[in-house]
Design a binder for this molecule. Structure first.
Ligand code: B12
Ligand code: SF4
Length: 470
C-alpha cells in the first residue's frame, strides 16, 4: 500500500500583507510536518511513503494531476493551513476526479483549529489533529478497519454519515525518540532562502510548543508546553544533513533560546564536532545574554530573528508580549557586538494603536538598526486571543474565519484591526515604514559594502526597488 503526501501549490494562498519581494524571492522551505510524519511512518508501518512538494518542484495543477496518476497511491495526505485551504481542497478535488474513492486525509494547523468544519467538507475523509507522527502511523496500520480506527487517538473521520471524533492524543514527550525528517524523500537540494548564505538550506525544529501567550499568536496544534530535543540529538540531525550536502539550517522553533543551558549545549556540540555550517534562530529578546550570544556566534549562528512587535511600552503591554524596550535595545546591541545579523519583526495597527504609536515604532526600528526589518499589519489570526477580543468588542464583525473554514471561497480577505486607523491608512503607513527604514543612506551603504558578487548586487537592487515601489 502506498500513501502520497502532498504539499499543495501556493496559487491561492490567502495573502498576508508582506511586500511582494519577501514572498517572491523567499525561496522554498521543506514541508517539515510532512517530512516528520513520513519518517515516522517509514519506521513504524509497512506502507510505501512518497512526498510530493509541488511548491519546490513548481508544479502547476495540470502537472500535479499527472504526478498523482503516475504515483498511483492508495491514500493521499495533504498538509493544511487555514491560509492554504483553497489549494488544499483544489488538490483534493483533483485527486477525487482521478479516483472518486481515493481517501483523503488532512493534517496541519487548520484541521486542529476547525475539525468540525473541515471534516464536513465533501473533499475530506479523515483528519489527523495535533502532532501527526503517532496518529498517522496508527491510522495507516489500521487503515480499512473502521472499528479499529475508532481507537486511534487524534483521528476524526466519517462513518456511515456519522462523524467520529476520537479522544485527543497527548503531546509527544520524548522528541528525541522521533526519527529525523525524511528529507531523502524530497528533492532536498532545491530548497533555498533569500536570507541564507549557502544553498541548499533545510529547516529544523529542535523544540515544540511555546509557553508564552502573546495576544496575536496561537499555534495550538503543537501545544503550549515547551518540549525540547537534547543537544546531541539536534546536532546529530545537523550532521546527517551535512552528509547530504546541506550546510545551512533555518531553525524554526518558536523560541530556540528558552532553555539557556540547552542552547549553550547545542553550540558546544557544533563547535566540538567542527561542523562547517551556518544557521539561524528565532528568539525572544528577554531570553538572550552576552555569554549565550558569544557561544551562538562561535557555533556559526549567523542570524537571529527577534519579534519586537511595537516601539511603545503601552502597545507591547496590549499585545501581552512581556518584553521591555530596554530588553529590546540591549538584545540588539549585544547581538551586533558578537557579529550575528539581526532581523526585527514589527506589527502595526494593533488594538488601541494610533498613528503616533506607529511613528514611534518606526523610530525604534531605525534606532535599533537591524540588518532587516519585517513589518506587517496586525492581522487577527484564527484561534488567537486577538481574534476573540475583536469579536467580543465588535471590532471584527462576525466569526469570518469559521465561515471561511465551513465554506472556503476564493477572494476571501482577512480583516485588520480598524479601531483607530482604516485599512487604507494602515497600508500607507506600512509602505511609509518600509521606505523610511530601507532608504536610509546608512542602510544602503552598509548593504552595498556587504555585496560579494555581481548577481547578489543585482538581486539586492531588484529587491530594493520593489520595497520602495512596493
Ligand atoms: C516554517 C513555517 C513556514 C515556512 C514553511 C511552511 C511549510 N511548508 O511547512 C514558510 C515560511 C514557507 C511558511 C509560510 C506560510 N505560513 Co507558516 N509557519 C511555519 C512555522 C513557523 C513552522 C512550521 C513547521 O515546520 N512546524 C513543525 C512541524 C513539526 O509541525 P507542523 O508543520 O504543524 O506538522 C505537524 C502537524 O501539524 C501534523 N501535520 C502537518 N501536516 C500534515 C499532513 C498530514 C496528512 C498529516 C496526517 C499530519 C500533518 O503532523 C506534523 C508533525 O507532528 C509555523 C508555526 C509553528 N510553530 O508550527 C507557521 C504557520 C504554520 N504558518 C502560518 C502561516 C499563516 C503561513 C502563511 C500563510 C503566511 C503568509 N500569509 O504568507 C504561509 C503559507 C505558505 C504556503 N502557501 O504553504 C500559520 C498557520 C496558521 C493557520 N491557522 O493555519 C502558522 C501556524 C504560524 C502562525 N502565524 O500562527 N510558514
Ligand atoms: S509570538 Fe512568539 S513568543 Fe509569543 S506566543 Fe507566539 S511563538 Fe510564543
Amino acid at each position: 500500500m502506498k500513501v502520497l503526501l502532498v504539499n499543495p501549490p501556493a496559487e491561492n494562498t490567502i495573502v498576508g500583507n508582506n511586500p511582494t519581494i519577501i514572498d517572491e524571492e523567499r525561496g522554498y522551505n521543506p514541508p517539515l510536518g510532512l517530512l516528520y510524519i513520513a519518517a515516522y511512518a517509514q519506521k513504524h508501518t509497512d506502507w510505501d511513503i512518497e512526498i510530493l512538494d509541488t511548491q519546490v518542484e513548481e508544479l502547476s495543477y495540470e502537472k500535479l494531476e499527472k504526478r498523482v496518476e503516475e504515483s498511483n497511491p492508495d491514500l493521499v495526505g495533504i498538509q493544511a493551513m487555514t491560509f492554504t485551504l483553497l489549494d488544499v481542497l483544489k488538490t483534493a478535488r483533483l485527486v477525487k476526479k482521478l479516483d472518486k474513492d481515493m481517501p483523503i486525509v488532512l493534517g496541519g494547523s487548520h484541521v486542529h483549529i476547525y475539525p468540525e468544519e473541515t471534516i464536513n467538507l465533501p473533499e475530506v475523509d479523515y483528519l489527523v489533529l495535533g502532532e501527526g507522527e503517532i496518529t498517522f502511523a496508527e491510522f495507516l496500520n489500521n487503515f480499512g478497519d473502521k472499528r479499529k480506527l475508532k481507537g486511534v487517538k487524534g483521528l476524526v473521520f466519517q462513518d456511515n454519515g456519522e462523524t467520529i471524533y476520537n479522544e485527543a492524543r497527548e503531546l509527544i514527550q520524548d522528541l528525541d525518540a522521533l526519527p529525523f525528517p525524511a528529507r531523502h524523500l524530497t528533492p532536498y537540494k532545491k530548497y533555498s532562502s533569500l536570507l541564507a548564505k549557502r544553498s541548499p538550506i533545510t529547516t529544523m525544529f529542535t523544540s515544540r510548543g511555546c509557553p508564552y501567550h502573546c495576544l496575536f499568536c496561537e499555534r495550538p496544534h503543537l501545544g503550549h508546553k515547551f518540549r525540547a530535543r537534547s543537544a546531541l540529538n539536534v546536532v546529530d540531525e545537523m550532521e546527517e544533513c551535512v552528509g547530504m550536502g546541506i550546510n545551512e539550517f533555518l531553525v524554526y522553533d518558536d523560541t530556540f533560546t528558552i532553555r539557556r543551558q540547552r542552547t549553550i549545549d547545542v553550540c558546544d556540540e557544533i563547535i566540538r564536532r567542527k561542523l562547517d555550517i551556518g544557521w539561524d534562530i528565532r528568539a525572544r529578546v528577554d531570553t538572550v545574554d552576552e555569554e549565550m550570544l558569544e557561544k551562538l556566534a562561535e557555533a556559526h549562528c549567523e542570524r537571529i530573528h527577534y519579534g519586537v512587535e511595537a516601539g511603545t511600552p503601552d502597545i507591547l503591554k496590549v499585545l501581552r508580549k512581556g518584553i521591555t524596550l530596554d530588553e529590546v535595545r540591549s538584545a540588539f546591541r549585544m547581538t551586533k557586538v558578537v557579529g550575528i545579523s539581526t532581523l526585527a519583526y514589527f506589527m502595526i495597527g494593533s488594538p488601541t494603536e494610533t498613528r503616533e504609536h506607529i511613528m514611534k515604532t518606526i523610530q525604534v526600528a531605525k534606532e535599533l538598526d537591524p540588518d532587516f526589518v519585517h513589518i506587517t499589519i496586525t492581522t487577527p489570526f484564527p484561534a488567537t486571543a486577538l481574534y476573540r477580543k475583536g469579536l467580543q468588542e465588535g471590532i471584527l464583525p462576525y466569526d469570518y474565519w469559521r465561515e471561511f473554514a465551513k465554506n472556503p471561497t476564493p477572494n476571501f480577505q482577512p480583516l485588520y484591526w480598524e479601531e483607530h486607523l482604516k485599512t487604507e491608512e494602515l497600508l500607507e503607513l506600512m509602505k511609509f515604514a518600509y521606505k523610511s527604514f530601507y532608504t536610509r543612506p546608512i542602510y544602503i551603504f552598509k548593504e552595498l559594502m556587504r555585496v560579494r558578487s555581481l548577481p547578489e548586487l543585482g538581486r539586492k537592487i531588484k529587491a530594493g526597488l520593489k520595497v520602495i515601489g512596493l
